[in-house]
Design a protein around this ligand. Structure first.
Ligand code: 0GY
Length: 306
């Protein structure tokens, strides 16, 4: 039986023909934040989803990886699939070891289920606190999950908005696993990158040496948007000072990713080639680029790869 899903009205599909980036990725670079959506006929979207996306298959993801000069992917379970990790795990299994995953799991998951995800390549779970995407999980449920995944050496990816940090400031560092923060905690980039809001985020990063940060999603955070057609070369320039602060203070615990296929964008669909060209603006030296794109994600997701 095939099931067809109607996309959320106004949904923007992924860019059909991303440009070739000017920036050359270092050998072995990792896209540490991307998703697969369905295809819905094969992997139906979850009944509890808050949006219905376009299909975005593993084949498309791997083609983009190759086009952008990347080697590996970390596929993050998208909320439109709820806690059914089949599409994500299928992508990992098809990758020949070149993809790892971050799952969504519910409390009460059995050891056999965690083991199966681990064998597929999952190395973390995502706790999502963004209310337009998920219903808030009780903290005791999150603790239950932490206890079940801890024996596998997994970490916890956390997604929250800047305004939510104050309420999570004590809870998150109390979790006894490494944390990875999505999209720099979503700062308001119209504010001062040295002002109290972003300083509070940096303080959160300073609280523990195993809190990592994805310097991702300039296309989501930017108000100035992609480069103008008048020849401006700096993509998403208003996000640069924020990301650069994080990269320069925490060079050994930053990660980069495309966020393909870019769920829930309303303004524009980015050209993924330009997202690659954002990298040298936030990591200006070859050493910082190598840490961000290769060494850090390899340490977190492929620690055994010589
Ligand atoms: C992202 C951002 C978003 C969505 C999801 O899993 C998701 O649905 O992560 C968003 O809408 O901000 O990281 O892809």
């Amino acid at each position: 039986m095939t099931t067809s899903f109607e996309k959320t009205p106004g949904w923007l599909d992924w860019h059909p023909a991303p440009s070739r980036p000017r920036f050359r990725m270092p050998e072995g670079a990792v896209d540490a934040h991307c998703h697969v959506f369905g295809p819905g006929a094969e992997f139906p979207y979850a009944p509890e989803r808050k949006y219905t996306p376009c299909d975005a298959s593993k084949e498309r993801l791997f083609a983009l990886r190759d086009r952008l000069g990347l080697t590996r992917n970390v596929v993050v379970q998208a909320t439109c699939h709820g806690a059914d990790n089949s599409a994500m795990a299928d992508a990992l299994r098809a990758s020949g070891g070149l993809a790892r995953g971050v799952a969504t799991v519910r409390p009460g998951i059995t050891d056999a289920e965690v083991r199966e995800l681990h064998d597929a390549g999952v190395r973390g779970v995502r706790f999502n606190f963004v209310r337009r995407l998920v219903d808030t999980a009780p903290r005791r449920d999150l603790w239950d999950v932490v206890e079940r995944i801890a024996p596998y050496g997994w970490h916890v990816v956390v997604y929250f908005e800047a305004a939510d940090l104050a309420g999570l400031r004590d809870f998150l560092p109390s979790l006894p696993l490494p944390l990875v923060v999505d999209h720099m905690g979503r700062p308001d980039v119209t504010r001062d990158p040295h002002g109290p809001e972003f300083e509070a985020f940096l303080d959160f990063m300073r609280a523990r040496p195993d809190i990592w940060c994805k310097v991702t999603c300039p296309e989501r955070l930017s108000v100035t948007g992609p480069p103008a057609l008048d020849g401006e070369q700096n993509p998403y320039r208003d996000v640069v000072p924020f990301a650069r602060r994080v990269v320069e203070e925490f060079p050994d615990r930053v990660l980069w990713g495309t966020d393909w296929p870019h769920p829930n964008l309303t303004g524009h669909m980015p050209d993924d080639g330009l997202l690659v060209d954002f990298v040298p603006h936030i990591a200006p030296t070859a050493l910082l680029q190598r840490k961000l794109l290769v060494d850090n994600p390899m340490r977190l997701y492929w620690p055994d790869a010589g």
